[in-house]
Every structure is written in C-alpha cells, then in structure tokens.
Unconditional design. Structure first.
Length: 246
C-alpha cells in the first residue's frame, strides 16, 4: 500500500497553481460577502435602532436565515442562479447578516445617553447624530461583528463546493473523495491560516479606527484624539456629565 501522509511538501510544490487559485477564490469571496453584508446591515440596524419595534422582526428574519443549513441553502439557490460564485455569495451574505446586524444594533444601543444628549444640545440632527456620534462610538462593537462574520464566512465558504465554488473547500472535497490526506490537510491548514490572518488584520484596523476605546490610565485627563472639534466637545460634555453623576 503506497504511503498516504497527512503532510506532503511535494504535494504543495507540484500543485501550487491549483492551491493558490483556490486560496485567492476563498479570500476574495469572503471579503466580498462580508463587505456586502456590512453595507446591508448598517442601514438595517440603524433603522431598527430608530424605529424600536422593527428590532424584533429584523433580528428574527436574519436569525431564521442563519438557521438554514448551508448545504441546503446553496443547493436551493443553484436552480435560480446557476452553478458558480453567485449562489455561494448570496448564501454567505445571508449568513453574515445576523452577526453584523446584531452587533451594529448592540453598538448603537450602547452609546452613552450623556453623549447622545450632549450632541443633541449642540444641534445635531438625527442623521448627523448617527454618522458623527453614534456610529463612531459603536465602532468597537461593529468591528467585533465584522471579525466574527469574517471568520465564520471563511469556514462557510468551504461548503460552497456543492454549488461549484468552494475555494479551499473544493480541494478538501477532492481529498476526501480520493482519500488523499495531504490534500485534505493542506486545504484545512490554509483555511485556518486565512481566518487567523484576516482576524488579526481586522483587529489592527479596529485599533486604528477606535483609538479612544483603549483603556486610559486611572486619573488620566487625556482627551480622545483623531476626532473633529465638534465630536471632542460632545465627548467633553459627556465626561463632565458623568463626573457630576459619579
């Protein structure tokens, strides 16, 4: 019986063209799906935040979509969209929506009421309040949702082989079908590495976008930086209000 190792550098060298193409497909569809889902989730969560009774149906609808088994969903979409990238992308966006909508909504609802009241006192209207105050303050929660959605999407892409576009999942499926351990392990490790790399990049991006969310030393009087003077005034007013109630 010929050897069938789990790790084979010769397999990687001899099949790098196929492996790299699958990795690129996996990466691009993951990023595209999360970006599309985020574009949809932001206005949905903002609407649910403004119109409170919409929160339950919005979260309920996205929750129902998330419970549909991925194999079944991709198979159902194929007769309508054809085999290839489109049904997989639609399914991934649907799955990412629940995570993103929930985290955006939680972030918006968690904005300090003193900050919101201070902004209204400075003449902020609903749209400006959302764009300049609520969303920036909700960014930590939003970025957490983006990280969770991205890692989850990396895993779900592998099931896309049933629709003819599974990225590294296609290599896994071929490996299982031929009982080729090296192919299975290579695709699995690359999926894991891709998820870790994307998560770390998003973590760094979140730190860059939310420098004010870092914990300050006790007794520090430093103000948040990197924000406009109006937003700084809102932050100062909120801090003064919190000190009065301390």
């Amino acid at each position: 019986m010929p050897p069938n190792p789990w790790f084979s550098w010769s397999y990687v060298q001899n099949n790098w063209g196929e492996i790299s193409q699958a990795l690129v497909e996996h990466t691009t569809i993951t990023i595209q799906a999360v970006l599309i889902a985020l574009v949809i989730a932001l206005p949905l969560a903002a609407l649910a935040h403004r119109v409170r009774w919409l929160a339950v149906p919005v979260l309920g609808t996205t929750g129902v979509m998330y419970t549909i088994p991925s194999l079944a969903l991709f198979s159902i979409l194929v007769p309508f969209t054809g085999i290839g990238r489109t049904p997989v992308l639609i399914g991934l966006v649907m799955y990412a929506l629940l995570i993103l909508v929930r985290n955006v909504l939680v972030g918006l609802q968690g904005v300090d009421p003193d900050v919101r009241d201070a902004a209204k006192g400075l003449g902020y209207g609903p749209t400006r309040l959302l764009a300049a105050v609520e969303i920036p303050n909700a960014l930590p929660s939003i970025m957490t949702g983006v990280r969770l959605a991205t890692v989850s999407t990396v895993a779900l892409v592998t099931v896309g082989f049933v629709a003819g576009y599974g990225g590294l999942g296609t290599l896994m499926f071929r490996g299982f079908r031929s009982s080729y351990n090296a192919q299975i392990m290579t695709a699995t490790l690359l999926c894991l590495l891709l998820a870790v790399v994307l998560d770390l990049l998003l973590l760094l991006l979140g730190r860059v976008l939310t420098p004010w969310s870092r914990t300050r030393a006790p007794g520090s009087t430093a103000r948040p930086t990197g924000r406009g003077t109006t937003e700084a005034a809102v932050a100062q007013a909120a801090e003064a209000a919190s000190e009065r109630t301390a």
